[in-house]
Design a binder for this molecule. Structure first.
Ligand SMILES: [Zn+2]
Length: 98
C-alpha cells in the first residue's frame, strides 16, 4: 500500500506576509508611517511604532527610505519654489496658526 505524499504544507498567512516578528505590528507600523515621520502621532502610537521599527528590519528599512525621500522632496521644493510663493505659504501658515 502506497501512501500518497500528503504532508500538509504550512499555509503562508496571506495577511502577515511581512511580519517577521509575528506580532502583527507591521500593518500598523506601515499604516502610521507617514504620520510618524510627520510627527503627527500621539505619544503612545509614536512609541509603539518606534519600538516596532527598532525590532523589525523590513519596516525600519521602509521607514528610512521614506524619510530620505521626504528629505529629498523637501530640499527640492525649497530649491525650486519661488520666494514669492514661499512668502505666501509662510503667510498662510501664520494666519492658520493665529
Ligand atoms: Zn514590521
Amino acid at each position: 500500500m502506497t501512501t500518497p505524499d500528503t504532508t500538509p504544507e504550512p499555509h503562508p498567512d496571506p495577511s502577515g506576509a511581512t511580519d517577521p516578528l509575528g506580532c502583527g505590528g507591521c500593518d500598523e507600523a506601515l499604516e502610521q508611517l507617514e504620520r510618524y515621520l510627520d510627527g503627527e502621532l500621539g505619544e503612545d502610537s509614536r512609541e509603539r511604532i518606534s519600538r516596532h521599527l527598532a525590532a523589525c528590519f523590513p519596516c525600519a528599512d521602509r521607514a528610512s527610505f521614506d524619510e530620505q525621500l521626504r528629505a529629498m522632496v523637501r530640499e527640492r521644493c525649497a530649491e525650486t519654489a519661488p520666494p514669492a510663493l514661499l512668502d505666501r505659504i509662510r503667510l498662510h501658515l501664520a494666519v492658520e496658526d493665529a
